[in-house]
Write a new protein. Sequence first.
Length: 208
Amino acid sequence: MTSVAKRGEILVIDNGVAAREMLSNTLHQAGYDVVCFADSAALLLRARERIPVCIFLEVRMGDRSGLDVVTQLRAQNCPAPIFVTGADCNVAMAVDAIKRGAFDFIEKPLRGPDILDRVDAAINERIRRGNSEIAELVLYLPGSEPLTPRERHVLARIIAGETNKEAALRLGLSSRTIEDHRASIMRKIGARNAAELLHRVLGSRRTT
């Protein structure tokens, strides 16, 4: 049997045996370590001790509401994307889950391919957000002119891997304006291309 490279740990609480087994089997086959919990206290403790790649919570749990657990996870600064799952749930409940900090609300029955697509999207978004936070901290690089607030926003989008058009849509600017900011950033930092730009910016964060 060919072994699958481990891609991180996913935490799960679900009272439904079928849903729990489907999540565990699907995610395990995709290379994730899956840890299932019978109660929220044990999951919250695990999330404090380790950083999972994402978390699945059933909205109606045995000991408390899954929405309350989302709130607690965010209160203890857990950065993992959180999926809330449930059957026969309404729009208001889904909106509440997102407001509390869930990445997405998934209505049951759960489907394997959809779950994997959503997990991949959540992890990619988490990476982008992390890169953006790095870029927001870059106020000054040794030997470079300071970046303006707008240039830092554009730099965040460059680090996230967005094209000029995508960055323009996200920031509400024209593509030409993004191009101008990009050119100014490259000049200030002294980078000849995007690869050199990322090396200088991310390298500076590792050494500060």
